[in-house]
Design a protein around this ligand. Structure first.
Ligand code: FES
Ligand SMILES: [Fe+2]
Length: 341
């Protein structure tokens, strides 16, 4: 592998991957939405309930279509009023009058694939080499979802994925939230690769201060929790936390949209089966998770080089870094697979 290989946010191999571009609720039939992915502006709108996504450039004079309007499943350009349907075909061209022949090149530039899943819209700019990740709990009625507001950060998607998988930073970066009780030592854990995904499993002791059973004397303060991390290439992440003694499962979904070499949009969603429909408790959980994310971003936004080194020789790794080393291997393999295909 090239020792200088760095995965920037706009690396060409990422065009053959799935990426989030919006929350489902952000894409409407009444107005177009602009999103940026891998340095390319996109326009999204709903047509017949389905999400339509194209390069945000009118075929006529290249005006941004996201300046336009939407109705009846059609997108109308703000400049000369050309109208396009959900397939990207031009269906009306006002300057030529009613019934005029429409040039066949008057079509919007499509993306490779679009899919809605887990309350998000995902796009692959070109035919993807790796499948789109899935969060089983997002389809399980026992779990309720809580969405953090999307955050734009001056950050590398690769480094943010690295940070989500990292198990050794809690007592240092998260001292102000959950890290104070965490032990600095990371006991050995296993990492299992499955195609374009991997799973890291770890079980450890922690102080369960939120468990009412502790105050009631039913359970001890120090309990165990099982952490299951999963990455689906390139930047679709989840952490499932199972509370062994107190019961209940929390899932954190973390989805990264590489916008430009300097910018990422970060989506976090919580799925929990232990809140019993308590909206206030979910609001508290979301607020806490925002604080945790801000602690992470304070470090991530300070990096001068916004890219993930893919050559394992470029950095120093220890056994506590097995999951983040696997991230580099997997994404390195992905870049090679795209180059060879
Ligand atoms: S630039 Fe869009 S209609 Fe002319
Ligand atoms: Fe963190």
């Amino acid at each position: 592998m090239n020792p200088n290989l760095l995965l920037t946010n706009t690396h060409p191999a990422l065009r053959r991957c799935w990426h989030p571009v919006a929350r489902s609720t952000e894409v409407r039939s009444t107005e177009p939405l602009r999103a940026t992915l891998l340095g390319v502006p996109l326009v999204l709108f709903r047509s017949g309930g389905r999400v339509a996504c194209f390069v945000d450039r009118c075929p006529h004079r290249h005006a941004p279509l996201s300046l336009g309007t939407c109705d009846g499943g059609m997108l109308q350009c703000a400049y000369h009023g050309w109208r396009f349907d959900g397939t990207g075909r031009c269906v009306a061209l006002p300057a030529l009058g009613e019934g005029a022949a429409i040039p066949s090149q008057a079509r919007l530039l499509p993306v490779g694939a679009v899919e809605e899943r887990s309350g998000m819209v995902f796009v692959a700019p070109e035919t993807p080499v790796a499948p789109l990740g899935k969060i089983l709990e997002s389809e399980d009625p026992e779990f309720e979802a809580g969405e953090l507001p999307p955050i734009r950060a001056r950050a590398s998607a690769g480094l943010l994925a690295d940070n989500f998988l990292d198990m050794a930073h809690f007592p240092f970066v998260h001292r102000g939230t959950f890290g104070a009780d965490e032990s600095a030592e990371v006991e050995p854990y296993e990492v299992t690769r499955q195609g374009w995904s991997f799973i890291a499993r770890r079980e450890h002791a922690f102080a369960n201060r939120e468990d009412p059973g502790v105050a009631q004397g039913i359970r001890p303060l120090v309990q165990s929790r099982r952490l299951t991390y999963r990455l689906d290439a390139p930047f679709h992440l989840q952490l499932r936390i199972d509370f062994v003694e107190a019961g209940g499962t929390n899932v954190i979904g973390f989805f990264l949209q590489p916008e430009t070499d300097e910018s990422c949009r970060v989506y976090t969603t919580l799925w929990r089966n232990d809140l019993g429909g308590d909206a206030d408790a979910m609001a508290v959980a979301i607020k806490f998770e925002v604080e945790v994310l801000e602690e992470d971003l304070r470090v991530q936004e300070a990096y001068d080089q916004l890219s993930l080194p893919l050559d394992p020789r470029a950095e120093v790794h220890t056994r506590a870094d097995r999951s983040t080393l696997e991230l580099r291997r997997l994404l390195g393999d992905l870049v090679e697979a795209v180059i060879e295909s």
